[in-house]
Design a protein around this ligand. Structure first.
Ligand code: FAD
Length: 467
């Protein structure tokens, strides 16, 4: 048998796992002379995907679902043989907490942007002045700034501060856990830039482009998928499909050197492995450490990653006297609360809690309050309960509480992110041929975005090795 070229994937989160799975599939199908190794620093695969099964509950420490409209994740689920386990989120009213009061999320909003006028006119989320300012979107000219700018600047210019701070910011920062006045428009929602260029008014543009939701007996359609046994079941199923001997766990890559046309990778246990091509599927700061001799990687030193924590609280339903009729709420930026969002998990994902039980999952750690993540479990639980009790009547202590800390886990795509990434990629192509970056630090943080990047890395590796 001729010597097989080795492809090494660094990092076994969903990006690295996807790359390993599809690489092996292509190698098998096309009978290619390559082999794959996946090196993961921790003792488990899945990275940020971690599910908990406890006392009849199934819930997530990290991501709880993925968008249905981005097809790559459901495709991977099918590849892994878990199609029958896919579940769609239960829908219902969602709320926004402004000025100590829960307001219904105005219907017809897309990422907080109105697509219908009347629900906004009658909403208590904004003052009359705020509504009038938001209405200027219909007449304001296109922005003059070509290309990147902060999400905050862009939306404030179109709708004014009130709509942005009470509605757009809590929804968007729920996804990126960052400050919208720092986040890049072009790296997060370039479609909004295009809409403004084409239609001038974002409201008019969205009305023309967002498909009308087909309602099923007046019910909102589901937007998310999860898996009935938790998202980690996808990680386990994909891992099971990898060929035996593919995965090395509990050993990280410390350093990568290029020598004699190969990559020499120093592992944390002191061994060195060789690779002909490498997929770097770790967070950006880990990639920089492994390639610290390359000055162009220093841009990742400046790229922040924010920290959040969430708390899953399990109650007997009788303990919650004043419940909301809905699936959860987000908290506006200027409110006096430390929780940033709360999901009624047992309503969004009914299989997550046993009959008669309630499972609430709340986030803390808004920009400027990230130190909350360093408090003890009990302190975080107390903060969350104190906030919840301002909104609802809880008469008993939770049956259990699980705190999950996510330190430096949310990479921030600051203004100029795409240009910096393109620069690094161009340098890599010239100086580190065959080595590719993929994952949540680069081109989208959602699970489907990471899977897309894992799949794209497969094409990049194979076209490099075929040369
Ligand atoms: P990671 O999961 O970070 O995996 C990287 C892996 O690299 C890790 O396993 C790490 O141990 C390993 N590694 C690091 N350094 C080394 C090294 N030197 N050598 C070897 N291995 C190394 N997305 C959604 O779509 N829906 C959601 O609901 C959602 N909610 C989220 C909630 C939270 C709290 C968080 C933190 C994220 C959420 N996301 C959500 C985002 C999504 O979960 C992540 O972007 C995605 O899982 C990242 O996958 P990844 O493989 O790119 O990175």
């Amino acid at each position: 048998m001729p010597d097989l070229k080795q492809i090494v994937i660094v990092g076994g989160g969903i990006t690295g796992l996807t790359a390993a799975y599809y690489l092996q599939k292509r190698i098998r199908e096309e009978q290619l002379p390559y082999k794959v190794k996946l090196v993961e620093a921790s003792e488990r695969l899945g990275g940020k995907i971690k599910s908990v099964k406890r006392d009849g509950y199934t819930f997530e420490r990290g991501p709880d679902s993925f968008l249905i409209r981005k097809p790559s994740a459901a495709r991977l689920v099918k590849e892994a043989g878990l199609e029958d386990d896919l579940i769609k989120n239960g829908t219902g009213q969602s709320y926004i907490l402004v000025d100590k009061k829960l307001h219904k999320m105005p219907s017809g909003s897309y990422m907080g942007i109105p697509t219908q006028v009347s629900p906004f006119l009658f909403s208590g989320v904004f003052s009359v002045k705020g509504k009038l300012r938001a209405g200027l979107d219909f007449i304001k000219p296109k922005g003059k700034q070509a290309g990147d700018q902060s999400l905050g600047l862009f939306f404030r210019r179109r709708f004014g501060d009130e709509l942005v701070e009470n509605l757009v910011e809590p929804l968007l920062s729920g996804i990126y856990a960052g400050d919208i006045d720092e986040l890049s428009l072009m790296a997060t929602f370039p479609n909004f830039y295009d809409l403004e260029q084409e239609h001038r008014s974002l409201v008019k543009g969205l009305r023309k482009t967002v498909p009308k939701k087909k309602s099923n007996k007046g019910k909102k359609p589901s937007m998310f998928y999860s898996l009935k046994n938790g998202l980690e079941s996808l990680v386990d199923a994909v891992e099971d499909k990898l060929e035996p001997g593919t995965v090395v766990k509990g050993t990280g890559v410390d350093h990568i050197e290029q020598k004699d046309g190969h990559y020499h990778m120093l592992l944390s246990d002191g061994t060195v492995i060789q690779a002909d091509s490498v997929v770097m599927a770790t967070p950006h700061f880990a990639a920089r450490r492994m390639l610290s001799q390359y000055e162009f990687m220093d841009v990742f030193k400046e790229m922040p990653a924010t920290s959040v924590a969430n708390v899953a609280l399990a109650f007997d339903q009788s303990a919650i006297k004043k419940d909301i009729d809905g699936t959860g709420f987000v908290v506006s930026r200027n409110s006096d609360y430390r929780i940033t969002a709360c999901t009624w998990t047992h309503k969004k994902w009914p299989q997550s809690a046993p009959e008669g039980k309630a499972l609430l999952r709340c986030y803390v750690g808004r920009p400027g309050d990230e130190q909350v993540v360093d408090l003890s479990d009990q302190e975080i639980v107390d903060i969350v309960l104190q906030d919840l009790k301002k909104i609802m009547k809880i008469t008993k202590e939770p049956e259990f509480a699980v705190v999950s800390r996510w330190k430096n886990a949310m990479p921030q795509y600051a203004v100029g992110h795409k240009d910096r990434l393109n620069h690094v990629r161009a340098k890599m192509e010239a100086e580190l041929p065959g080595l590719f970056l993929a994952g949540s630090s680069y081109e989208g943080i959602g699970i489907p975005d990471c899977i897309d990047q894992g799949e794209a890395a497969v094409d990049q590796v194979l076209s490099f090795l075929h040369q």
